[in-house]
Design a protein around this ligand. Structure first.
Ligand code: ADP
Length: 485
Protein backbone atom coordinates (compact mmCIF):
# COMPACT_ATOMS: atom_id res chain seq x y z
CA UNK A 1 0.00 0.00 0.00
CA UNK A 2 1.44 3.38 -0.93
CA UNK A 3 0.38 6.47 0.92
CA UNK A 4 0.11 9.89 -0.71
CA UNK A 5 2.21 11.70 1.87
CA UNK A 6 3.51 15.24 1.43
CA UNK A 7 6.63 14.09 3.23
CA UNK A 8 7.25 10.41 2.44
CA UNK A 9 10.10 10.29 4.99
CA UNK A 10 7.49 10.17 7.76
CA UNK A 11 6.66 6.59 6.85
CA UNK A 12 9.47 4.36 7.98
CA UNK A 13 9.90 0.63 8.52
CA UNK A 14 12.91 0.97 10.85
CA UNK A 15 12.91 1.19 14.63
CA UNK A 16 14.55 4.18 16.32
CA UNK A 17 17.09 3.18 18.94
CA UNK A 18 19.68 5.45 20.52
CA UNK A 19 19.28 7.93 17.68
CA UNK A 20 19.80 5.33 14.94
CA UNK A 21 17.26 3.85 12.54
CA UNK A 22 17.69 0.09 12.71
CA UNK A 23 16.27 -3.26 11.63
CA UNK A 24 16.23 -6.43 13.72
CA UNK A 25 19.66 -8.12 14.01
CA UNK A 26 18.18 -11.38 12.73
CA UNK A 27 16.01 -9.65 10.11
CA UNK A 28 12.76 -10.66 11.84
CA UNK A 29 9.80 -8.38 11.29
CA UNK A 30 6.12 -7.86 12.03
CA UNK A 31 3.61 -6.99 9.32
CA UNK A 32 1.51 -3.85 9.71
CA UNK A 33 -1.74 -4.01 7.77
CA UNK A 34 -4.64 -1.73 6.91
CA UNK A 35 -7.72 -2.85 8.86
CA UNK A 36 -9.87 -1.65 5.97
CA UNK A 37 -8.82 -4.53 3.71
CA UNK A 38 -5.86 -6.25 5.31
CA UNK A 39 -3.39 -4.85 2.77
CA UNK A 40 0.24 -4.75 3.86
CA UNK A 41 1.54 -1.26 4.68
CA UNK A 42 5.01 -2.10 6.00
CA UNK A 43 7.06 -4.64 7.91
CA UNK A 44 8.60 -3.25 11.09
CA UNK A 45 11.50 -4.86 12.97
CA UNK A 46 10.81 -7.50 15.61
CA UNK A 47 13.76 -6.35 17.68
CA UNK A 48 13.91 -8.88 20.49
CA UNK A 49 15.04 -8.46 24.06
CA UNK A 50 18.78 -7.89 23.52
CA UNK A 51 18.29 -4.79 21.36
CA UNK A 52 15.80 -3.42 23.87
CA UNK A 53 18.44 -3.81 26.59
CA UNK A 54 20.86 -1.80 24.41
CA UNK A 55 18.21 0.87 23.95
CA UNK A 56 17.83 1.08 27.72
CA UNK A 57 21.60 1.46 28.22
CA UNK A 58 21.66 4.30 25.70
CA UNK A 59 18.62 5.92 27.34
CA UNK A 60 20.34 5.79 30.72
CA UNK A 61 23.42 7.57 29.35
CA UNK A 62 21.35 10.13 27.48
CA UNK A 63 19.16 10.80 30.51
CA UNK A 64 22.09 12.03 32.62
CA UNK A 65 22.83 14.76 30.10
CA UNK A 66 19.19 15.58 29.37
CA UNK A 67 18.32 16.24 33.02
CA UNK A 68 21.22 18.69 33.23
CA UNK A 69 19.82 20.81 30.42
CA UNK A 70 17.94 23.79 31.75
CA UNK A 71 14.18 23.49 31.93
CA UNK A 72 13.97 26.20 29.29
CA UNK A 73 16.14 24.22 26.87
CA UNK A 74 14.05 21.09 27.34
CA UNK A 75 10.93 23.19 26.85
CA UNK A 76 12.26 24.59 23.57
CA UNK A 77 12.93 21.11 22.18
CA UNK A 78 9.43 19.94 23.16
CA UNK A 79 7.88 23.04 21.66
CA UNK A 80 9.71 22.41 18.36
CA UNK A 81 8.46 18.82 18.38
CA UNK A 82 4.94 20.12 18.95
CA UNK A 83 5.25 22.60 16.08
CA UNK A 84 6.50 19.90 13.71
CA UNK A 85 3.61 17.59 14.59
CA UNK A 86 1.07 20.32 13.90
CA UNK A 87 2.81 21.23 10.61
CA UNK A 88 2.73 17.58 9.54
CA UNK A 89 -0.74 16.78 10.92
CA UNK A 90 -2.17 15.79 7.53
CA UNK A 91 0.52 13.19 6.91
CA UNK A 92 0.38 11.90 10.47
CA UNK A 93 -3.40 11.56 10.18
CA UNK A 94 -3.09 9.61 6.94
CA UNK A 95 -0.56 7.21 8.46
CA UNK A 96 -2.82 6.82 11.51
CA UNK A 97 -5.97 6.11 9.52
CA UNK A 98 -4.19 3.67 7.26
CA UNK A 99 -2.92 1.52 10.11
CA UNK A 100 -5.86 2.00 12.50
CA UNK A 101 -8.98 2.62 10.42
CA UNK A 102 -10.59 5.65 12.10
CA UNK A 103 -11.97 8.45 9.89
CA UNK A 104 -9.32 10.88 8.69
CA UNK A 105 -10.91 13.88 10.41
CA UNK A 106 -10.89 12.01 13.71
CA UNK A 107 -7.27 10.98 13.13
CA UNK A 108 -6.27 14.59 12.47
CA UNK A 109 -8.16 15.62 15.60
CA UNK A 110 -6.24 13.03 17.60
CA UNK A 111 -2.89 14.22 16.26
CA UNK A 112 -3.46 17.91 16.90
CA UNK A 113 -5.29 17.69 20.22
CA UNK A 114 -2.69 15.34 21.65
CA UNK A 115 0.28 17.26 20.32
CA UNK A 116 -1.04 19.84 22.77
CA UNK A 117 0.33 17.65 25.58
CA UNK A 118 3.82 18.42 24.29
CA UNK A 119 3.06 22.12 24.24
CA UNK A 120 1.51 21.98 27.71
CA UNK A 121 4.39 20.05 29.28
CA UNK A 122 6.94 22.25 27.51
CA UNK A 123 5.36 25.04 29.55
CA UNK A 124 5.19 22.95 32.72
CA UNK A 125 8.90 22.06 32.44
CA UNK A 126 9.63 25.58 33.65
CA UNK A 127 7.35 25.21 36.67
CA UNK A 128 8.84 22.17 38.38
CA UNK A 129 9.08 24.20 41.54
CA UNK A 130 10.47 22.90 44.78
CA UNK A 131 9.56 24.04 48.26
CA UNK A 132 11.15 25.59 51.35
CA UNK A 133 9.56 24.53 54.63
CA UNK A 134 10.31 26.03 58.09
CA UNK A 135 12.46 23.67 60.16
CA UNK A 136 11.62 22.13 63.52
CA UNK A 137 14.12 24.45 65.24
CA UNK A 138 15.74 27.82 64.59
CA UNK A 139 18.91 26.41 63.00
CA UNK A 140 17.14 24.21 60.44
CA UNK A 141 15.34 24.59 57.18
CA UNK A 142 13.66 21.93 55.06
CA UNK A 143 14.20 22.06 51.32
CA UNK A 144 12.25 19.96 48.83
CA UNK A 145 13.68 19.33 45.36
CA UNK A 146 11.91 17.68 42.45
CA UNK A 147 14.10 15.47 40.30
CA UNK A 148 13.38 13.21 37.31
CA UNK A 149 12.62 9.56 38.15
CA UNK A 150 15.08 8.46 35.45
CA UNK A 151 14.65 6.19 32.46
CA UNK A 152 11.00 5.55 31.61
CA UNK A 153 9.47 2.79 29.54
CA UNK A 154 6.17 3.46 27.81
CA UNK A 155 3.76 0.93 26.32
CA UNK A 156 0.89 2.26 24.24
CA UNK A 157 -2.23 0.78 22.62
CA UNK A 158 -3.61 0.80 19.06
CA UNK A 159 -6.78 2.83 19.63
CA UNK A 160 -4.93 6.17 19.79
CA UNK A 161 -1.65 5.28 18.05
CA UNK A 162 -0.46 8.88 18.03
CA UNK A 163 -2.10 10.57 20.99
CA UNK A 164 -1.13 8.06 23.66
CA UNK A 165 2.52 8.78 22.93
CA UNK A 166 2.67 12.54 23.27
CA UNK A 167 0.81 12.47 26.58
CA UNK A 168 3.51 10.16 27.98
CA UNK A 169 6.62 11.54 26.27
CA UNK A 170 5.63 15.16 27.00
CA UNK A 171 5.75 15.01 30.80
CA UNK A 172 8.65 12.53 30.83
CA UNK A 173 10.95 14.66 28.69
CA UNK A 174 9.82 17.86 30.39
CA UNK A 175 10.76 16.36 33.76
CA UNK A 176 14.23 15.41 32.48
CA UNK A 177 13.57 11.71 31.96
CA UNK A 178 14.42 9.72 28.84
CA UNK A 179 11.86 7.37 27.34
CA UNK A 180 11.79 4.10 25.43
CA UNK A 181 8.46 3.49 23.80
CA UNK A 182 6.91 0.25 22.66
CA UNK A 183 3.90 1.03 20.49
CA UNK A 184 1.13 -1.51 19.83
CA UNK A 185 2.18 -4.00 17.15
CA UNK A 186 -0.95 -3.17 15.10
CA UNK A 187 -0.03 0.54 14.91
CA UNK A 188 3.72 1.21 15.17
CA UNK A 189 3.93 3.51 12.15
CA UNK A 190 2.39 6.52 13.90
CA UNK A 191 4.93 6.11 16.71
CA UNK A 192 7.84 5.90 14.26
CA UNK A 193 6.58 8.99 12.42
CA UNK A 194 6.58 10.85 15.73
CA UNK A 195 10.16 9.69 16.28
CA UNK A 196 11.18 11.11 12.87
CA UNK A 197 9.83 14.47 14.04
CA UNK A 198 11.41 14.15 17.48
CA UNK A 199 14.78 13.71 15.81
CA UNK A 200 14.16 16.77 13.61
CA UNK A 201 13.08 18.76 16.65
CA UNK A 202 16.46 18.15 18.25
CA UNK A 203 15.55 15.59 20.89
CA UNK A 204 19.04 14.26 21.70
CA UNK A 205 20.06 10.73 20.73
CA UNK A 206 18.75 8.15 23.18
CA UNK A 207 16.36 10.50 24.95
CA UNK A 208 13.43 9.12 22.95
CA UNK A 209 13.60 5.66 21.36
CA UNK A 210 10.90 3.56 19.72
CA UNK A 211 11.30 -0.21 19.91
CA UNK A 212 9.01 -2.41 17.84
CA UNK A 213 8.45 -6.14 18.11
CA UNK A 214 6.74 -8.91 19.98
CA UNK A 215 5.25 -7.50 23.18
CA UNK A 216 6.19 -10.00 25.85
CA UNK A 217 10.01 -10.05 25.57
CA UNK A 218 10.03 -6.26 25.42
CA UNK A 219 7.67 -6.07 28.41
CA UNK A 220 9.90 -8.46 30.38
CA UNK A 221 12.99 -6.38 29.64
CA UNK A 222 11.18 -3.22 30.76
CA UNK A 223 10.03 -4.90 33.97
CA UNK A 224 13.30 -6.59 34.91
CA UNK A 225 16.00 -4.22 33.69
CA UNK A 226 17.30 -2.35 36.75
CA UNK A 227 17.97 0.79 34.69
CA UNK A 228 14.24 1.30 34.06
CA UNK A 229 12.85 3.46 36.87
CA UNK A 230 9.28 3.77 35.70
CA UNK A 231 6.79 2.12 33.39
CA UNK A 232 3.88 4.04 31.98
CA UNK A 233 1.25 1.90 30.28
CA UNK A 234 -2.08 2.34 28.56
CA UNK A 235 -3.93 -0.84 27.67
CA UNK A 236 -5.96 -3.67 29.07
CA UNK A 237 -6.35 -4.36 32.78
CA UNK A 238 -4.97 -7.88 32.28
CA UNK A 239 -1.68 -6.66 30.84
CA UNK A 240 -1.54 -3.87 33.44
CA UNK A 241 -1.87 -6.41 36.22
CA UNK A 242 0.86 -8.54 34.65
CA UNK A 243 3.22 -5.55 34.37
CA UNK A 244 2.58 -4.64 38.00
CA UNK A 245 3.52 -8.15 39.11
CA UNK A 246 6.61 -8.36 36.92
CA UNK A 247 7.79 -4.89 37.91
CA UNK A 248 7.30 -5.60 41.61
CA UNK A 249 10.79 -7.13 41.89
CA UNK A 250 12.42 -3.82 41.13
CA UNK A 251 9.80 -1.69 42.96
CA UNK A 252 9.37 0.28 39.76
CA UNK A 253 7.15 3.32 39.56
CA UNK A 254 4.04 2.62 37.52
CA UNK A 255 1.40 4.69 35.81
CA UNK A 256 -1.40 2.51 34.51
CA UNK A 257 -4.27 3.66 32.37
CA UNK A 258 -6.41 0.55 32.03
CA UNK A 259 -9.88 -0.54 31.05
CA UNK A 260 -13.10 1.20 31.95
CA UNK A 261 -16.82 0.49 32.04
CA UNK A 262 -18.16 4.01 31.83
CA UNK A 263 -21.74 4.66 32.92
CA UNK A 264 -23.56 7.37 30.97
CA UNK A 265 -26.61 8.56 32.92
CA UNK A 266 -29.49 10.62 31.59
CA UNK A 267 -31.70 12.11 34.32
CA UNK A 268 -35.24 13.33 33.75
CA UNK A 269 -34.18 17.00 34.04
CA UNK A 270 -31.51 16.67 31.33
CA UNK A 271 -31.45 18.52 28.03
CA UNK A 272 -32.24 15.42 25.97
CA UNK A 273 -30.78 16.68 22.69
CA UNK A 274 -27.53 17.53 24.42
CA UNK A 275 -27.56 14.12 26.11
CA UNK A 276 -28.04 12.37 22.77
CA UNK A 277 -25.20 14.35 21.26
CA UNK A 278 -22.94 13.53 24.20
CA UNK A 279 -23.87 9.86 23.99
CA UNK A 280 -23.03 9.80 20.27
CA UNK A 281 -19.59 11.29 20.88
CA UNK A 282 -18.85 9.23 23.93
CA UNK A 283 -20.16 5.95 22.52
CA UNK A 284 -19.44 6.00 18.80
CA UNK A 285 -16.22 8.00 18.50
CA UNK A 286 -13.44 5.75 17.18
CA UNK A 287 -16.16 3.11 16.59
CA UNK A 288 -16.54 2.72 20.35
CA UNK A 289 -12.90 1.77 20.77
CA UNK A 290 -11.82 4.12 23.54
CA UNK A 291 -11.32 3.40 27.22
CA UNK A 292 -13.60 6.32 28.13
CA UNK A 293 -16.44 5.29 25.81
CA UNK A 294 -19.88 5.12 27.38
CA UNK A 295 -20.31 1.40 27.99
CA UNK A 296 -23.66 1.44 29.81
CA UNK A 297 -26.32 4.03 29.09
CA UNK A 298 -28.75 4.52 31.99
CA UNK A 299 -31.85 6.55 31.22
CA UNK A 300 -34.50 7.60 33.73
CA UNK A 301 -37.80 5.85 32.97
CA UNK A 302 -39.84 8.95 32.17
CA UNK A 303 -37.45 10.08 29.41
CA UNK A 304 -36.25 6.67 28.19
CA UNK A 305 -38.55 6.43 25.17
CA UNK A 306 -37.81 9.96 23.98
CA UNK A 307 -34.05 9.57 24.48
CA UNK A 308 -33.96 6.23 22.68
CA UNK A 309 -35.93 7.56 19.72
CA UNK A 310 -33.60 10.53 19.29
CA UNK A 311 -30.52 8.36 19.71
CA UNK A 312 -31.75 5.99 17.00
CA UNK A 313 -32.24 8.90 14.63
CA UNK A 314 -28.63 9.97 15.15
CA UNK A 315 -27.25 6.44 14.86
CA UNK A 316 -29.00 5.99 11.53
CA UNK A 317 -27.02 9.00 10.30
CA UNK A 318 -23.63 7.32 10.91
CA UNK A 319 -21.88 6.29 7.77
CA UNK A 320 -19.49 3.36 7.61
CA UNK A 321 -16.57 3.18 5.25
CA UNK A 322 -12.91 3.55 4.61
CA UNK A 323 -11.45 6.12 6.98
CA UNK A 324 -9.84 8.07 4.16
CA UNK A 325 -13.13 8.52 2.25
CA UNK A 326 -15.02 11.77 2.70
CA UNK A 327 -18.06 11.78 4.98
CA UNK A 328 -17.22 8.54 6.76
CA UNK A 329 -18.00 8.54 10.50
CA UNK A 330 -17.09 4.97 11.39
CA UNK A 331 -14.25 2.82 10.10
CA UNK A 332 -13.64 -0.90 10.55
CA UNK A 333 -12.96 -2.38 13.98
CA UNK A 334 -9.31 -3.12 14.66
CA UNK A 335 -9.50 -6.91 14.24
CA UNK A 336 -11.64 -10.06 14.32
CA UNK A 337 -11.23 -10.36 18.08
CA UNK A 338 -12.98 -7.01 18.49
CA UNK A 339 -15.84 -8.15 16.26
CA UNK A 340 -16.15 -11.43 18.17
CA UNK A 341 -16.49 -9.57 21.48
CA UNK A 342 -19.21 -7.33 20.10
CA UNK A 343 -21.09 -10.36 18.73
CA UNK A 344 -20.75 -12.15 22.06
CA UNK A 345 -22.20 -9.18 23.96
CA UNK A 346 -25.12 -8.82 21.56
CA UNK A 347 -25.92 -12.55 21.68
CA UNK A 348 -25.78 -12.55 25.48
CA UNK A 349 -28.09 -9.54 25.68
CA UNK A 350 -30.60 -11.10 23.29
CA UNK A 351 -30.54 -14.45 25.09
CA UNK A 352 -31.40 -12.65 28.32
CA UNK A 353 -34.30 -10.54 27.12
CA UNK A 354 -32.63 -7.60 25.37
CA UNK A 355 -33.90 -6.22 22.06
CA UNK A 356 -31.75 -5.01 19.17
CA UNK A 357 -33.31 -1.78 17.87
CA UNK A 358 -30.77 -1.17 15.14
CA UNK A 359 -27.62 -2.87 13.86
CA UNK A 360 -26.73 -6.09 15.64
CA UNK A 361 -24.78 -7.56 12.76
CA UNK A 362 -21.70 -7.25 10.59
CA UNK A 363 -21.89 -4.64 7.88
CA UNK A 364 -22.30 -5.51 4.22
CA UNK A 365 -18.91 -3.83 3.77
CA UNK A 366 -17.36 -7.06 5.11
CA UNK A 367 -14.02 -7.34 6.86
CA UNK A 368 -14.24 -6.08 10.42
CA UNK A 369 -16.98 -3.52 9.72
CA UNK A 370 -19.84 -3.79 12.20
CA UNK A 371 -23.13 -1.90 12.18
CA UNK A 372 -23.54 0.61 15.00
CA UNK A 373 -25.95 -1.07 17.37
CA UNK A 374 -28.50 -0.01 19.97
CA UNK A 375 -29.93 -2.57 22.40
CA UNK A 376 -32.73 -1.94 24.92
CA UNK A 377 -34.12 -3.96 27.78
CA UNK A 378 -30.61 -4.36 29.11
CA UNK A 379 -30.05 -5.43 32.71
CA UNK A 380 -27.17 -5.08 35.11
CA UNK A 381 -26.16 -8.74 34.91
CA UNK A 382 -25.67 -8.91 31.13
CA UNK A 383 -22.16 -8.98 29.66
CA UNK A 384 -22.71 -5.59 28.01
CA UNK A 385 -23.13 -4.07 31.46
CA UNK A 386 -20.33 -5.99 33.18
CA UNK A 387 -17.52 -5.92 30.62
CA UNK A 388 -16.00 -3.24 28.45
CA UNK A 389 -17.39 -3.90 24.94
CA UNK A 390 -14.93 -1.58 23.15
CA UNK A 391 -17.15 -1.50 20.08
CA UNK A 392 -20.07 0.50 18.62
CA UNK A 393 -22.72 -1.06 20.86
CA UNK A 394 -25.00 1.17 22.93
CA UNK A 395 -26.93 -0.75 25.61
CA UNK A 396 -29.80 1.14 27.23
CA UNK A 397 -30.82 0.39 30.81
CA UNK A 398 -33.74 2.27 32.32
CA UNK A 399 -33.89 3.27 35.99
CA UNK A 400 -36.33 4.86 38.43
CA UNK A 401 -34.42 6.66 41.19
CA UNK A 402 -31.17 8.55 41.53
CA UNK A 403 -29.93 6.27 44.32
CA UNK A 404 -30.60 3.18 42.22
CA UNK A 405 -28.61 4.44 39.28
CA UNK A 406 -25.68 5.50 41.44
CA UNK A 407 -25.55 2.02 42.94
CA UNK A 408 -25.72 0.43 39.49
CA UNK A 409 -23.10 2.80 38.07
CA UNK A 410 -20.71 2.02 40.91
CA UNK A 411 -21.28 -1.71 40.70
CA UNK A 412 -18.08 -2.31 38.74
CA UNK A 413 -14.45 -3.08 39.47
CA UNK A 414 -13.58 -0.28 37.04
CA UNK A 415 -13.57 3.46 37.71
CA UNK A 416 -12.25 5.39 34.76
CA UNK A 417 -14.76 7.73 33.10
CA UNK A 418 -18.40 8.40 33.93
CA UNK A 419 -20.93 10.81 32.47
CA UNK A 420 -24.28 12.21 33.40
CA UNK A 421 -26.74 14.76 32.09
CA UNK A 422 -28.85 16.80 34.50
CA UNK A 423 -29.72 20.44 35.22
CA UNK A 424 -30.51 20.55 38.92
CA UNK A 425 -27.43 21.96 40.68
CA UNK A 426 -27.84 20.00 43.88
CA UNK A 427 -28.17 16.79 41.88
CA UNK A 428 -25.10 17.66 39.83
CA UNK A 429 -23.00 18.00 42.99
CA UNK A 430 -24.48 14.91 44.62
CA UNK A 431 -23.99 12.63 41.66
CA UNK A 432 -20.56 13.97 40.69
CA UNK A 433 -19.36 13.28 44.23
CA UNK A 434 -20.98 9.86 44.46
CA UNK A 435 -19.74 8.31 41.21
CA UNK A 436 -16.72 6.06 41.74
CA UNK A 437 -14.61 7.19 38.80
CA UNK A 438 -11.47 9.18 38.16
CA UNK A 439 -13.35 11.41 35.71
CA UNK A 440 -16.91 12.66 35.55
CA UNK A 441 -18.32 14.39 32.49
CA UNK A 442 -21.32 16.51 33.49
CA UNK A 443 -23.39 17.55 30.48
CA UNK A 444 -20.48 16.70 28.18
CA UNK A 445 -19.35 13.57 26.38
CA UNK A 446 -15.77 14.76 25.82
CA UNK A 447 -13.47 14.92 28.81
CA UNK A 448 -9.88 14.47 27.67
CA UNK A 449 -7.62 17.46 27.12
CA UNK A 450 -4.09 18.39 28.08
CA UNK A 451 -5.21 20.73 30.86
CA UNK A 452 -7.12 18.08 32.81
CA UNK A 453 -5.91 15.12 34.90
CA UNK A 454 -6.86 11.99 32.97
CA UNK A 455 -6.90 8.68 34.82
CA UNK A 456 -8.83 6.13 36.78
CA UNK A 457 -9.47 4.67 40.21
CA UNK A 458 -10.22 1.07 41.26
CA UNK A 459 -8.96 -1.42 38.66
CA UNK A 460 -8.87 1.26 35.96
CA UNK A 461 -5.37 2.16 37.02
CA UNK A 462 -3.19 4.57 38.85
CA UNK A 463 -1.58 7.90 37.99
CA UNK A 464 -2.78 10.83 35.91
CA UNK A 465 -1.92 12.14 32.47
CA UNK A 466 -2.25 15.80 31.52
CA UNK A 467 -2.58 18.90 33.74
CA UNK A 468 -0.14 20.09 36.38
CA UNK A 469 -0.59 16.68 38.06
CA UNK A 470 0.56 14.78 34.98
CA UNK A 471 4.22 15.56 35.49
CA UNK A 472 4.30 14.35 39.10
CA UNK A 473 4.54 10.71 38.08
CA UNK A 474 7.85 11.50 36.37
CA UNK A 475 9.36 13.28 39.36
CA UNK A 476 10.74 12.16 42.71
CA UNK A 477 10.77 14.37 45.77
CA UNK A 478 14.08 14.82 47.52
CA UNK A 479 14.08 16.29 51.00
CA UNK A 480 17.22 18.15 51.98
CA UNK A 481 17.62 18.91 55.70
CA UNK A 482 19.61 22.13 56.06
CA UNK A 483 21.22 22.38 59.46
CA UNK A 484 23.62 24.83 61.08
CA UNK A 485 21.80 27.89 59.82
P1 ADP B 1 -5.53 -4.49 23.60
O1 ADP B 1 -6.35 -5.68 24.01
O2 ADP B 1 -6.27 -3.23 23.51
O3 ADP B 1 -4.61 -4.73 22.45
P2 ADP B 1 -3.28 -4.78 25.34
O4 ADP B 1 -3.20 -4.46 26.79
O5 ADP B 1 -3.13 -6.20 24.93
O6 ADP B 1 -4.64 -4.17 24.87
O7 ADP B 1 -2.22 -3.92 24.53
C1 ADP B 1 -1.80 -2.65 24.90
C2 ADP B 1 -0.31 -2.58 24.69
O8 ADP B 1 0.32 -3.50 25.55
C3 ADP B 1 0.16 -2.93 23.29
O9 ADP B 1 1.28 -2.14 22.97
C4 ADP B 1 0.57 -4.38 23.44
O10 ADP B 1 1.51 -4.77 22.47
C5 ADP B 1 1.19 -4.32 24.81
N1 ADP B 1 1.34 -5.60 25.47
C6 ADP B 1 0.53 -6.68 25.45
N2 ADP B 1 1.04 -7.67 26.20
C7 ADP B 1 2.21 -7.22 26.72
C8 ADP B 1 3.22 -7.76 27.56
N3 ADP B 1 3.13 -8.99 28.07
N4 ADP B 1 4.27 -6.96 27.86
C9 ADP B 1 4.36 -5.72 27.40
N5 ADP B 1 3.46 -5.16 26.60
C10 ADP B 1 2.39 -5.90 26.26
Amino acid sequence: RTLALKDPALLTDKAFVAGAWIGAPDGKSIAVTDPFDGALIANVPDLGQAVVAQAIDAAAEAQKLWERRTAKERAQVLKRWYDLIVENADDLALILTTEQGKPLAEARGEVVSNAAYLEWFAEEAKRIDGDIIPGPNAGQRIMVLKQPVGVCAAITPWNFPNGMITRKAGPALAAGCSMILKPASQTPLSALALAVLAERAGVPKGVFSVVTGEAKPIGLEFCHNPRIAKITFTGSTGVGRWLMKEAAGGIKRLSLELGGNAPFIVFDDADLDAAVEGAMISKFRNAGQTCVCANRIYVQESVAAAFTERLLAKVSGLSLGRGTDAGVSQGPLIDEKAVAKMEEHIADAMANGGTVLTGGKRSVLGGTFFEPTVVTGVTQTMKVAKEETFAPLAPIISFKHENDVIAMANDSEFGLASYFYAKDMARIWRVAEALEAGMVGVNTGMIANEMAPFGGIKQSGTGREGSKYGIEGFLELKYVALGGM
